[in-house]
Unconditional design. Structure first.
Length: 144
């Protein structure tokens, strides 16, 4: 099984500012954590982080026929992007939406998620562990 882990804008800045919301660990720490979990789940994993909406759309499209699952934290594009929603719908790959914080308990504008309707599940407010939960959900889904 192959899982693509996508992170959106500013996730590369994790650990640098706003530790009270996102924790003090970095993007590199996140990648390490997921790699370890992927090993124990026996899945192959690819990481992609971009600050550019179109680049994320391109990455989702190239996953078609190559990946069995997508874990995506679209970051701010969660709340703005119909293009990401359409891309996930277009490829039809089981996708789990992840958020480190719980956007539903923050600013009003963070309560909207466009991508959510194309996702098999949403994991939010669980810190980095949310990505692990998402991987487990996808591996389970794949066995059914
Ligand atoms: O909680 C999440 O994972 C979010 O997707 C993170 C996004 C935010 O726009 C979403 O509403 C919820 C922000 C990504 C990281 O932003 C940083 C801001 C300051 C310092 C470091 C990262």
């Amino acid at each position: 099984m192959k899982i693509l882990v996508i992170n959106g804008p500013n996730i590369n800045m994790l650990g640098i500012r706003e530790p009270e919301i996102y924790g003090s660990k970095t993007y590199a720490d996140l990648v390490e954590l997921i790699k370890k979990e992927a090993e124990s789940l026996g899945v192959e994993v690819k990481f992609f982080q971009s600050n550019h909406e179109g680049a994320i759309v391109d990455e989702i499209q190239q996953a078609y026929g190559k990946f069995d699952g997508i874990v995506i934290n679209p970051a701010a594009y969660t709340h703005t992007s119909v293009a990401l929603l359409d891309a996930v719908k277009a490829v039809g790959i089981p996708t789990v939406e992840v958020h480190i914080s719980d956007p539903d308990t923050r600013d009003e504008f963070r309560k909207i998620s466009y991508i959510r309707q194309a996702c098999v599940a949403t994991v939010k407010g669980k810190g980095f562990d949310g990505y692990i939960e998402a991987m487990k959900l996808l591996t389970k889904n794949n066995k059914i």
